[in-house]
Design a protein around this ligand. Structure first.
Ligand SMILES: [Zn+2]
Length: 243
């Protein structure tokens, strides 16, 4: 999540990436006769399943496996499909998205597949029934009226949904980045890149850290690119098991 502060007479450095929730996790448990066990981490949902822990000095993982030892990851042997809903996006958005996706891909080794533009606006629940293919990661722009989690100082939300594709192991299957339309339009290119990369960091499984030297710090700093701790965490998140 990305939060801005009202900044009277201050420069863009007063824009603040904020804490708040990060990963949206929907957990399916196919072992219980297809019944969906849903636990949400973030995005305005009650927290019924949460394991957030320190992954090291410069990074934290959004969610750990049920054993509490390893982070939940995407399947590195499959491309992460994503779509972009350009409604409300400023001109030049595609360059920002493409470059930030490339940053995360390079840092994780995960491959992304741009499916195209979409009019899909299901920002809050992308998983669908158990027997359907998960929707691609959705990147889009909205106002707080449509996405209440963008209300107040929040200028962006990012997260992923995980499923029990194997017994006792969760795998991310879809995700979302939604950016607060109006403040995003006012940002310069560098800050837009920082915000989108930060939110994509959540999508691949990073949590915020307290270190202002990392892009996953909750507030904007002079850092606008991935830091050493971010890169360490992203490398691990790209090294999950293939299914
Ligand atoms: Zn965040």
């Amino acid at each position: 999540m990305f939060r801005k502060l009202s900044a009277h007479g201050r420069t863009r450095s007063s824009l603040v990436l904020t804490v708040a929730l990060t990963a949206l996790v929907v957990v399916f448990n196919p072992t219980s006769t297809g019944e969906q066990l849903r636990g949400m981490l973030g995005i305005g949902q009650d927290l019924t399943f949460t394991i957030t822990t320190s992954g090291g000095s410069g990074y934290e993982f959004a969610v750990l496996q049920p054993d509490g030892l390893e982070p939940v990851t995407w399947d590195p042997c499959r491309e992460i499909r994503y779509v972009v809903n350009p409604e409300g996006a400023p001109s030049g958005y595609a360059e920002v998205v493409t470059a930030s996706v490339a940053d995360i891909s390079r840092a994780t080794g995960l491959r992304f597949d741009y499916v195209g533009t979409t009019d899909d606006r299901r920002f809050s629940d992308r998983s669908g029934p158990l027997d359907t293919t998960p929707a691609p990661v959705l990147i889009g722009w909205a106002t707080p009226d449509e996405v209440p989690d963008l209300a107040g100082d929040v200028a962006g939300v990012g997260g992923a949904e995980a499923a029990h594709l194997e017994r006792d192991r969760l795998t991310y299957v879809t995700g979302v980045v939604v950016l607060d339309r109006d403040p995003f339009a006012e940002m310069g290119h560098t800050l837009r890149r920082a915000v989108v990369t930060h939110e994509l960091g959540h999508v691949v499984g990073l949590e915020h850290v307290d270190d202002p030297g990392q892009l996953m710090y909750a507030e904007t700093t002079s850092r606008s690119t991935l830091g050493a701790g971010d890169l360490d965490g992203l490398s691990i998140l790209g090294s999950g098991p293939c299914r």
